[in-house]
Design a protein around this ligand. Structure first.
Ligand code: GLU
Length: 484
Protein backbone atom coordinates (compact mmCIF):
# COMPACT_ATOMS: atom_id res chain seq x y z
CA UNK A 1 0.00 0.00 0.00
CA UNK A 2 1.31 3.45 -0.91
CA UNK A 3 2.57 5.38 2.07
CA UNK A 4 0.41 8.33 3.14
CA UNK A 5 1.65 10.52 5.97
CA UNK A 6 0.57 13.89 7.24
CA UNK A 7 1.57 16.91 9.21
CA UNK A 8 -1.31 18.25 11.27
CA UNK A 9 -0.46 21.66 12.75
CA UNK A 10 -2.89 23.72 14.77
CA UNK A 11 -2.91 27.31 13.48
CA UNK A 12 -2.78 28.80 16.96
CA UNK A 13 0.72 30.20 16.43
CA UNK A 14 3.44 30.53 13.81
CA UNK A 15 5.02 27.35 12.39
CA UNK A 16 6.92 25.97 15.37
CA UNK A 17 10.37 24.40 15.05
CA UNK A 18 9.06 21.17 16.65
CA UNK A 19 6.20 20.94 14.15
CA UNK A 20 8.54 21.77 11.27
CA UNK A 21 10.95 19.04 12.38
CA UNK A 22 8.05 16.55 12.53
CA UNK A 23 7.12 17.72 9.03
CA UNK A 24 10.70 17.04 7.90
CA UNK A 25 10.53 13.40 9.02
CA UNK A 26 7.11 12.92 7.44
CA UNK A 27 8.22 14.58 4.22
CA UNK A 28 11.43 12.53 4.06
CA UNK A 29 9.57 9.30 4.71
CA UNK A 30 6.95 10.07 2.06
CA UNK A 31 9.61 10.97 -0.52
CA UNK A 32 11.80 7.99 0.44
CA UNK A 33 8.85 5.63 -0.01
CA UNK A 34 7.35 7.29 -3.08
CA UNK A 35 4.30 8.14 -0.97
CA UNK A 36 2.16 11.19 -0.25
CA UNK A 37 2.77 13.98 2.24
CA UNK A 38 -0.52 15.56 3.29
CA UNK A 39 -1.21 18.77 5.19
CA UNK A 40 -4.13 18.99 7.61
CA UNK A 41 -4.89 22.21 9.43
CA UNK A 42 -6.28 21.36 12.87
CA UNK A 43 -8.30 24.52 13.31
CA UNK A 44 -11.12 23.35 15.55
CA UNK A 45 -10.11 25.72 18.33
CA UNK A 46 -12.01 28.59 16.76
CA UNK A 47 -10.94 31.16 19.31
CA UNK A 48 -7.21 30.56 19.09
CA UNK A 49 -6.95 29.57 15.41
CA UNK A 50 -6.10 32.51 13.11
CA UNK A 51 -5.83 32.68 9.30
CA UNK A 52 -2.48 34.50 9.59
CA UNK A 53 -1.04 31.51 11.44
CA UNK A 54 -2.29 29.19 8.67
CA UNK A 55 -0.56 31.48 6.16
CA UNK A 56 2.61 31.41 8.26
CA UNK A 57 2.51 27.58 8.30
CA UNK A 58 2.07 27.40 4.51
CA UNK A 59 4.86 29.93 3.95
CA UNK A 60 7.23 28.18 6.38
CA UNK A 61 6.76 24.72 4.86
CA UNK A 62 7.21 26.11 1.35
CA UNK A 63 10.27 28.12 2.36
CA UNK A 64 11.86 24.99 3.81
CA UNK A 65 11.17 23.14 0.57
CA UNK A 66 8.46 20.80 1.84
CA UNK A 67 5.66 21.05 -0.67
CA UNK A 68 2.64 18.99 0.27
CA UNK A 69 0.57 16.76 -1.99
CA UNK A 70 -3.17 17.35 -2.51
CA UNK A 71 -5.19 20.31 -1.21
CA UNK A 72 -4.77 21.05 2.50
CA UNK A 73 -7.60 19.65 4.65
CA UNK A 74 -9.24 21.96 7.19
CA UNK A 75 -10.65 20.21 10.22
CA UNK A 76 -13.15 23.01 10.85
CA UNK A 77 -14.88 22.13 7.58
CA UNK A 78 -15.49 18.52 8.56
CA UNK A 79 -17.77 18.84 11.59
CA UNK A 80 -20.49 16.68 10.03
CA UNK A 81 -18.08 13.75 9.88
CA UNK A 82 -17.64 13.38 13.62
CA UNK A 83 -21.10 13.72 15.16
CA UNK A 84 -22.70 10.58 13.63
CA UNK A 85 -19.71 8.51 14.70
CA UNK A 86 -20.01 9.72 18.27
CA UNK A 87 -23.74 9.01 18.16
CA UNK A 88 -22.96 5.47 16.97
CA UNK A 89 -20.55 5.03 19.91
CA UNK A 90 -23.33 6.11 22.28
CA UNK A 91 -25.81 3.77 20.63
CA UNK A 92 -23.42 0.83 20.87
CA UNK A 93 -22.52 1.55 24.49
CA UNK A 94 -18.89 2.30 23.60
CA UNK A 95 -19.31 5.80 24.99
CA UNK A 96 -21.59 7.54 27.49
CA UNK A 97 -22.55 10.91 28.88
CA UNK A 98 -20.84 12.01 32.10
CA UNK A 99 -22.42 14.83 34.09
CA UNK A 100 -19.79 15.91 36.60
CA UNK A 101 -19.30 19.64 36.98
CA UNK A 102 -15.75 21.02 36.65
CA UNK A 103 -15.80 21.55 40.45
CA UNK A 104 -16.65 17.91 41.07
CA UNK A 105 -13.83 16.79 38.78
CA UNK A 106 -11.42 19.12 40.58
CA UNK A 107 -12.50 17.63 43.91
CA UNK A 108 -11.91 14.12 42.53
CA UNK A 109 -8.37 15.07 41.49
CA UNK A 110 -7.66 16.77 44.82
CA UNK A 111 -8.76 13.65 46.73
CA UNK A 112 -6.53 11.46 44.54
CA UNK A 113 -3.63 13.81 45.11
CA UNK A 114 -4.16 13.71 48.88
CA UNK A 115 -4.18 9.89 48.73
CA UNK A 116 -0.97 10.03 46.60
CA UNK A 117 -2.72 8.44 43.63
CA UNK A 118 -2.22 9.38 39.99
CA UNK A 119 -5.01 11.67 38.75
CA UNK A 120 -7.61 9.85 36.71
CA UNK A 121 -11.33 9.89 36.03
CA UNK A 122 -12.83 7.13 38.15
CA UNK A 123 -15.44 6.15 35.54
CA UNK A 124 -18.22 6.79 38.05
CA UNK A 125 -20.83 7.83 35.46
CA UNK A 126 -20.20 4.81 33.26
CA UNK A 127 -23.27 2.95 34.43
CA UNK A 128 -25.67 5.60 35.65
CA UNK A 129 -29.21 4.38 36.20
CA UNK A 130 -31.98 5.97 34.14
CA UNK A 131 -33.20 7.77 37.30
CA UNK A 132 -29.77 9.21 38.13
CA UNK A 133 -29.35 10.43 34.57
CA UNK A 134 -32.81 11.99 34.58
CA UNK A 135 -32.01 13.72 37.86
CA UNK A 136 -28.80 15.27 36.47
CA UNK A 137 -30.67 16.44 33.40
CA UNK A 138 -33.38 17.94 35.56
CA UNK A 139 -30.69 19.90 37.41
CA UNK A 140 -29.77 21.40 34.02
CA UNK A 141 -26.31 19.89 34.04
CA UNK A 142 -24.18 19.74 30.87
CA UNK A 143 -22.61 16.46 29.82
CA UNK A 144 -19.32 15.50 28.17
CA UNK A 145 -19.08 12.29 26.19
CA UNK A 146 -16.56 9.74 27.41
CA UNK A 147 -15.18 6.78 25.50
CA UNK A 148 -14.82 3.65 27.62
CA UNK A 149 -11.31 2.43 28.29
CA UNK A 150 -11.01 -1.02 29.77
CA UNK A 151 -8.53 -0.93 32.66
CA UNK A 152 -7.51 -4.52 31.93
CA UNK A 153 -6.58 -3.89 28.34
CA UNK A 154 -2.95 -3.98 27.31
CA UNK A 155 -2.18 -1.90 24.24
CA UNK A 156 1.01 -2.56 22.26
CA UNK A 157 2.45 -1.34 19.02
CA UNK A 158 5.74 -1.56 17.20
CA UNK A 159 6.87 2.01 17.02
CA UNK A 160 8.97 2.99 13.99
CA UNK A 161 11.39 4.80 16.28
CA UNK A 162 10.99 3.27 19.72
CA UNK A 163 10.40 -0.39 18.91
CA UNK A 164 7.84 -2.26 21.03
CA UNK A 165 5.77 0.04 23.22
CA UNK A 166 3.20 -1.25 25.69
CA UNK A 167 0.63 0.64 27.79
CA UNK A 168 -1.82 -0.63 30.35
CA UNK A 169 -5.41 0.52 30.00
CA UNK A 170 -5.32 1.46 33.68
CA UNK A 171 -2.57 4.03 32.98
CA UNK A 172 -4.65 6.01 30.51
CA UNK A 173 -6.43 8.20 33.03
CA UNK A 174 -9.84 6.57 32.89
CA UNK A 175 -12.55 6.91 30.23
CA UNK A 176 -11.42 9.61 27.82
CA UNK A 177 -13.53 12.65 26.91
CA UNK A 178 -14.23 12.69 23.17
CA UNK A 179 -16.78 15.53 23.05
CA UNK A 180 -16.87 18.73 25.08
CA UNK A 181 -19.63 19.58 27.53
CA UNK A 182 -23.00 20.39 25.96
CA UNK A 183 -26.68 20.12 26.69
CA UNK A 184 -27.37 16.36 27.11
CA UNK A 185 -29.75 16.44 24.13
CA UNK A 186 -26.80 17.33 21.92
CA UNK A 187 -23.26 16.27 21.15
CA UNK A 188 -20.65 18.90 22.01
CA UNK A 189 -17.64 19.74 19.85
CA UNK A 190 -15.48 16.61 19.42
CA UNK A 191 -11.98 16.58 20.92
CA UNK A 192 -8.47 15.95 19.60
CA UNK A 193 -8.07 12.20 20.18
CA UNK A 194 -11.34 11.37 18.47
CA UNK A 195 -11.13 13.87 15.64
CA UNK A 196 -7.56 12.96 14.75
CA UNK A 197 -8.44 9.27 14.47
CA UNK A 198 -11.54 9.88 12.37
CA UNK A 199 -9.53 12.17 10.08
CA UNK A 200 -6.56 9.85 9.79
CA UNK A 201 -8.90 6.99 8.85
CA UNK A 202 -10.89 9.15 6.43
CA UNK A 203 -7.73 10.51 4.80
CA UNK A 204 -6.21 7.05 4.42
CA UNK A 205 -3.13 7.65 6.53
CA UNK A 206 -0.84 4.63 6.63
CA UNK A 207 1.69 6.04 9.08
CA UNK A 208 1.32 8.54 11.91
CA UNK A 209 4.68 10.16 12.58
CA UNK A 210 4.67 12.80 15.28
CA UNK A 211 6.53 14.12 18.31
CA UNK A 212 7.14 12.00 21.36
CA UNK A 213 4.93 14.36 23.39
CA UNK A 214 1.97 12.55 21.76
CA UNK A 215 3.02 9.05 22.81
CA UNK A 216 0.46 8.94 25.65
CA UNK A 217 -2.33 9.65 23.14
CA UNK A 218 -1.43 6.75 20.90
CA UNK A 219 -2.83 3.90 23.08
CA UNK A 220 -6.13 5.81 23.40
CA UNK A 221 -6.18 6.36 19.67
CA UNK A 222 -5.46 2.68 18.96
CA UNK A 223 -8.56 1.81 21.03
CA UNK A 224 -10.56 4.33 19.00
CA UNK A 225 -9.36 2.77 15.71
CA UNK A 226 -10.55 -0.59 16.98
CA UNK A 227 -13.91 0.81 18.07
CA UNK A 228 -14.35 2.43 14.65
CA UNK A 229 -13.53 -0.89 12.99
CA UNK A 230 -10.53 0.56 11.15
CA UNK A 231 -7.02 -0.70 10.47
CA UNK A 232 -4.54 0.74 12.95
CA UNK A 233 -1.78 2.66 11.11
CA UNK A 234 1.90 2.41 11.95
CA UNK A 235 3.12 4.90 14.55
CA UNK A 236 6.47 6.60 14.92
CA UNK A 237 7.30 9.01 17.72
CA UNK A 238 10.21 11.29 17.00
CA UNK A 239 12.50 12.51 19.81
CA UNK A 240 11.87 15.89 21.36
CA UNK A 241 14.10 18.86 20.67
CA UNK A 242 15.90 19.83 23.87
CA UNK A 243 17.69 23.00 24.94
CA UNK A 244 21.25 23.11 26.30
CA UNK A 245 19.98 22.14 29.77
CA UNK A 246 18.26 19.06 28.38
CA UNK A 247 14.73 20.43 28.75
CA UNK A 248 12.15 20.71 25.97
CA UNK A 249 13.03 23.69 23.75
CA UNK A 250 10.77 26.60 24.58
CA UNK A 251 10.23 30.27 23.81
CA UNK A 252 12.74 31.14 26.52
CA UNK A 253 15.49 29.58 24.42
CA UNK A 254 15.34 32.46 21.98
CA UNK A 255 13.34 31.28 19.01
CA UNK A 256 10.53 28.88 18.42
CA UNK A 257 9.14 29.59 15.02
CA UNK A 258 10.52 29.08 11.55
CA UNK A 259 9.79 32.70 10.65
CA UNK A 260 11.99 33.78 13.61
CA UNK A 261 14.89 31.78 12.20
CA UNK A 262 14.21 33.30 8.81
CA UNK A 263 14.25 36.81 10.28
CA UNK A 264 17.55 36.05 12.03
CA UNK A 265 19.18 35.43 8.67
CA UNK A 266 19.16 31.64 8.54
CA UNK A 267 18.90 29.95 5.18
CA UNK A 268 16.13 27.45 4.47
CA UNK A 269 18.58 24.81 3.19
CA UNK A 270 20.69 25.05 6.34
CA UNK A 271 17.71 24.95 8.68
CA UNK A 272 16.12 21.98 6.89
CA UNK A 273 19.49 20.20 6.93
CA UNK A 274 19.89 20.97 10.63
CA UNK A 275 16.36 19.86 11.57
CA UNK A 276 16.98 16.53 9.82
CA UNK A 277 20.10 16.04 11.94
CA UNK A 278 18.02 16.63 15.08
CA UNK A 279 17.32 12.95 15.51
CA UNK A 280 18.54 11.34 12.26
CA UNK A 281 22.10 10.36 11.41
CA UNK A 282 22.91 9.97 7.73
CA UNK A 283 24.47 6.68 6.62
CA UNK A 284 28.00 6.51 5.14
CA UNK A 285 29.25 7.97 2.85
CA UNK A 286 26.95 10.95 3.42
CA UNK A 287 28.35 13.85 5.41
CA UNK A 288 26.31 16.07 7.72
CA UNK A 289 25.84 18.62 4.96
CA UNK A 290 23.01 17.57 2.62
CA UNK A 291 19.84 18.76 0.94
CA UNK A 292 16.40 17.40 1.81
CA UNK A 293 16.32 15.61 -1.55
CA UNK A 294 19.63 13.87 -0.76
CA UNK A 295 18.39 12.92 2.71
CA UNK A 296 15.16 11.53 1.24
CA UNK A 297 17.16 9.06 -0.87
CA UNK A 298 18.80 7.65 2.27
CA UNK A 299 16.09 8.14 4.89
CA UNK A 300 14.81 5.34 7.07
CA UNK A 301 13.57 5.17 10.64
CA UNK A 302 16.39 2.77 11.65
CA UNK A 303 18.67 5.77 11.91
CA UNK A 304 16.33 7.95 13.98
CA UNK A 305 17.46 8.17 17.61
CA UNK A 306 15.22 7.48 20.57
CA UNK A 307 16.95 10.01 22.82
CA UNK A 308 15.98 13.67 22.80
CA UNK A 309 17.98 15.82 20.38
CA UNK A 310 19.86 18.78 21.85
CA UNK A 311 19.58 21.98 19.88
CA UNK A 312 23.11 23.02 18.96
CA UNK A 313 23.42 26.61 17.73
CA UNK A 314 27.06 26.09 16.75
CA UNK A 315 26.15 23.30 14.36
CA UNK A 316 23.27 25.26 12.86
CA UNK A 317 25.59 28.25 12.41
CA UNK A 318 28.23 26.07 10.81
CA UNK A 319 25.70 24.62 8.35
CA UNK A 320 24.36 28.09 7.61
CA UNK A 321 27.84 29.43 6.90
CA UNK A 322 28.46 26.48 4.56
CA UNK A 323 25.27 27.25 2.66
CA UNK A 324 26.15 30.96 2.37
CA UNK A 325 29.77 30.29 1.38
CA UNK A 326 28.66 27.89 -1.38
CA UNK A 327 26.01 30.26 -2.68
CA UNK A 328 26.11 31.77 -6.14
CA UNK A 329 27.16 35.40 -5.68
CA UNK A 330 24.35 36.85 -7.73
CA UNK A 331 21.84 34.94 -5.54
CA UNK A 332 23.61 36.11 -2.42
CA UNK A 333 23.43 39.72 -3.60
CA UNK A 334 19.68 39.34 -4.20
CA UNK A 335 19.25 38.06 -0.65
CA UNK A 336 21.46 40.75 0.88
CA UNK A 337 19.68 43.74 -0.68
CA UNK A 338 16.64 43.49 1.66
CA UNK A 339 18.96 42.84 4.61
CA UNK A 340 20.84 46.06 3.90
CA UNK A 341 17.65 47.98 3.19
CA UNK A 342 16.10 46.81 6.45
CA UNK A 343 19.18 48.20 8.19
CA UNK A 344 18.40 51.59 6.61
CA UNK A 345 20.99 51.48 3.85
CA UNK A 346 20.41 52.64 0.31
CA UNK A 347 21.41 50.07 -2.28
CA UNK A 348 21.84 51.45 -5.80
CA UNK A 349 21.53 48.18 -7.68
CA UNK A 350 21.08 49.69 -11.14
CA UNK A 351 24.17 51.94 -10.93
CA UNK A 352 26.39 49.84 -8.72
CA UNK A 353 25.79 46.20 -9.63
CA UNK A 354 29.42 45.38 -10.49
CA UNK A 355 30.64 47.17 -7.38
CA UNK A 356 28.05 45.35 -5.21
CA UNK A 357 29.14 42.01 -6.67
CA UNK A 358 32.71 42.79 -5.64
CA UNK A 359 31.52 43.71 -2.18
CA UNK A 360 29.67 40.38 -1.97
CA UNK A 361 32.87 38.55 -2.98
CA UNK A 362 34.72 40.35 -0.21
CA UNK A 363 32.28 39.62 2.62
CA UNK A 364 30.89 36.22 1.57
CA UNK A 365 33.56 34.14 3.40
CA UNK A 366 32.91 35.95 6.70
CA UNK A 367 29.12 35.59 6.77
CA UNK A 368 27.54 33.05 9.14
CA UNK A 369 24.04 34.50 8.76
CA UNK A 370 22.73 36.84 6.09
CA UNK A 371 22.22 39.53 8.72
CA UNK A 372 25.95 39.53 9.48
CA UNK A 373 26.29 41.44 6.21
CA UNK A 374 25.09 44.58 8.01
CA UNK A 375 28.13 44.61 10.29
CA UNK A 376 30.57 43.12 7.79
CA UNK A 377 29.84 45.77 5.18
CA UNK A 378 29.45 48.82 7.39
CA UNK A 379 32.51 50.49 5.83
CA UNK A 380 30.99 50.32 2.38
CA UNK A 381 27.81 52.34 2.63
CA UNK A 382 29.10 55.87 3.27
CA UNK A 383 31.68 58.17 1.77
CA UNK A 384 33.45 58.63 5.07
CA UNK A 385 33.70 56.69 8.31
CA UNK A 386 34.51 57.80 11.85
CA UNK A 387 38.02 57.18 13.21
CA UNK A 388 38.12 55.09 16.37
CA UNK A 389 40.57 55.74 19.22
CA UNK A 390 43.27 53.33 18.13
CA UNK A 391 43.18 54.53 14.53
CA UNK A 392 43.34 58.15 15.72
CA UNK A 393 46.33 57.35 17.98
CA UNK A 394 48.19 55.68 15.14
CA UNK A 395 47.52 58.50 12.71
CA UNK A 396 48.73 61.07 15.24
CA UNK A 397 52.10 59.35 15.61
CA UNK A 398 55.24 60.59 13.86
CA UNK A 399 54.54 59.35 10.32
CA UNK A 400 50.73 59.50 10.21
CA UNK A 401 50.36 62.76 8.33
CA UNK A 402 53.18 61.97 5.91
CA UNK A 403 51.64 58.59 5.05
CA UNK A 404 48.17 60.09 4.43
CA UNK A 405 49.72 62.88 2.36
CA UNK A 406 51.87 60.39 0.45
CA UNK A 407 48.84 58.38 -0.67
CA UNK A 408 46.86 61.52 -1.52
CA UNK A 409 49.68 62.76 -3.74
CA UNK A 410 50.18 59.37 -5.38
CA UNK A 411 46.46 58.94 -6.06
CA UNK A 412 46.33 62.47 -7.48
CA UNK A 413 49.01 61.51 -9.97
CA UNK A 414 47.63 58.07 -10.86
CA UNK A 415 45.16 57.59 -13.73
CA UNK A 416 43.57 54.55 -12.21
CA UNK A 417 44.14 52.00 -9.49
CA UNK A 418 44.36 48.24 -9.58
CA UNK A 419 45.89 45.78 -7.10
CA UNK A 420 49.31 45.93 -8.83
CA UNK A 421 49.55 49.70 -8.98
CA UNK A 422 48.27 49.88 -5.39
CA UNK A 423 51.08 47.57 -4.24
CA UNK A 424 53.62 49.64 -6.14
CA UNK A 425 52.24 52.76 -4.48
CA UNK A 426 52.68 51.24 -1.03
CA UNK A 427 56.21 50.14 -1.92
CA UNK A 428 57.17 53.61 -3.16
CA UNK A 429 55.79 55.39 -0.08
CA UNK A 430 57.51 52.92 2.25
CA UNK A 431 60.81 53.56 0.53
CA UNK A 432 60.40 57.31 0.42
CA UNK A 433 59.63 57.57 4.13
CA UNK A 434 62.24 54.97 5.09
CA UNK A 435 59.92 53.20 7.53
CA UNK A 436 58.61 49.63 7.93
CA UNK A 437 56.01 48.46 5.41
CA UNK A 438 53.86 47.20 8.29
CA UNK A 439 53.47 50.73 9.64
CA UNK A 440 52.45 52.01 6.20
CA UNK A 441 49.87 49.25 5.81
CA UNK A 442 48.41 49.75 9.27
CA UNK A 443 48.24 53.49 8.77
CA UNK A 444 46.62 53.09 5.36
CA UNK A 445 44.00 50.84 6.95
CA UNK A 446 43.43 53.48 9.64
CA UNK A 447 43.05 56.17 6.96
CA UNK A 448 40.64 54.19 4.80
CA UNK A 449 38.54 52.40 7.41
CA UNK A 450 38.91 54.42 10.62
CA UNK A 451 39.97 51.26 12.41
CA UNK A 452 42.94 48.91 12.71
CA UNK A 453 40.93 45.78 11.97
CA UNK A 454 38.60 44.74 9.20
CA UNK A 455 38.22 42.95 5.90
CA UNK A 456 41.04 42.42 3.39
CA UNK A 457 42.70 45.82 2.96
CA UNK A 458 43.60 45.66 -0.73
CA UNK A 459 40.17 44.43 -1.81
CA UNK A 460 38.51 47.01 0.39
CA UNK A 461 40.67 49.77 -1.01
CA UNK A 462 39.70 48.81 -4.58
CA UNK A 463 36.05 49.12 -3.60
CA UNK A 464 36.55 52.52 -1.95
CA UNK A 465 38.56 53.69 -4.92
CA UNK A 466 35.87 52.79 -7.41
CA UNK A 467 33.52 55.14 -5.59
CA UNK A 468 36.16 57.87 -5.09
CA UNK A 469 35.90 57.40 -1.34
CA UNK A 470 39.58 56.64 -0.74
CA UNK A 471 40.59 60.22 -1.49
CA UNK A 472 37.78 61.60 0.72
CA UNK A 473 38.84 59.36 3.59
CA UNK A 474 42.57 60.13 3.19
CA UNK A 475 41.74 63.85 3.33
CA UNK A 476 39.85 63.34 6.59
CA UNK A 477 42.65 61.16 7.92
CA UNK A 478 45.16 63.91 7.15
CA UNK A 479 43.07 66.38 9.18
CA UNK A 480 42.95 63.90 12.08
CA UNK A 481 46.72 63.30 11.85
CA UNK A 482 47.47 67.02 11.80
CA UNK A 483 45.18 67.71 14.72
CA UNK A 484 47.38 65.53 16.95
N1 GLU B 1 -2.51 19.13 16.04
C1 GLU B 1 -1.65 18.20 16.71
C2 GLU B 1 -0.37 18.91 17.07
O1 GLU B 1 -0.05 19.90 16.47
C3 GLU B 1 -1.38 17.02 15.81
C4 GLU B 1 -0.85 15.86 16.52
C5 GLU B 1 -0.81 14.62 15.65
O2 GLU B 1 0.02 14.60 14.73
O3 GLU B 1 -1.62 13.75 15.86
O4 GLU B 1 0.31 18.53 17.98
Amino acid sequence: MAVRVRIAPSPTGNLHIGTARTAVFNWLYARAQGGQFILRIEDTDLERSKPEFTENIFAGLKWLGMEWDEEPVYQSQRAELYQPKIQAFLDKGLAYRAYETPEELDAMRAAQKAAKQAPRYNNQHRNLSAEQEAAYKAEGRQAVIRFKIDDDRVISWKDLVRGNVTWKGSDLGGDVVIARAADPSEIGPPLYNFVVVVDDIDMGMTHVIRGEDHIGNTPKQILLYEALGATVPEFGHTPLILNAEGRKLSKRDGVTSISDFQAMGYEADALANYMTLLGWSPPEPMTERFSLEEAAKAFSFDRVNKAGAKFDWDKLNWLNSQVIHEMDQEDLLTKLIPVWEDAGRTVELADQKAWLMELVTLIQPSLVKLNDAVEESKLFFAETVPFDEKATDLLQQEHGAAIAQGFLTALGEADSLDPDSAKAMIGAITKELGIKKGIVMRSLRACLTGSLQGPDLMQSWMLFNQRGWDVKRLEKALEVAQAG
